[in-house]
Design a protein around this ligand. Sequence first.
Ligand code: FES
Ligand code: FES
Length: 154
Amino acid sequence: MAARLTVNGEARELDLADNALLLDVLRDELGLIGAKRSCDVQVCGTCTVLVDGTPVSSCCFLAHDAAGREVQTVEGFALEPLWEELAAAFSRHNAFQCGFCAPGFVMTLKPLLAERRLRSRADVVAELSGNLCRCTGYRAIVDAVCEVAGVDPS
Ligand code: FES
Ligand code: FES
């Protein structure tokens, strides 16, 4: 069945199976491999993308439900100034090791930072609780986000 969606600002018309998952369409049809598959059951956050500005787990999101809507992946976010700021802070804090989880973290963070919804370290920890990282222990990630959000890191 045909579906029209906008991905990273570009209108796309795709012929999709009824049960096609957004993650598979992004990675396999459109070559946008920033979003990753890990748990496949909406637990780890590595597949997070934005649909109409809201983070969703693309591993469990039907591609047809994105029809007529605006999808943004990490590849699209990487063209924006907030990305530069976030990436620089992550780098200063050595926040990631393998980086597999990073695209999911940044897509969860984009609306939180853009809308200034992070007011404390506790907010940062709570809002990132759906993004899992197997390498870092989280402290450096949270430190970097606190810096960008302008909140007390202690
Ligand atoms: S792969 Fe989608 S939440 Fe884990
Ligand atoms: S840096 Fe390796 S999983 Fe997060």
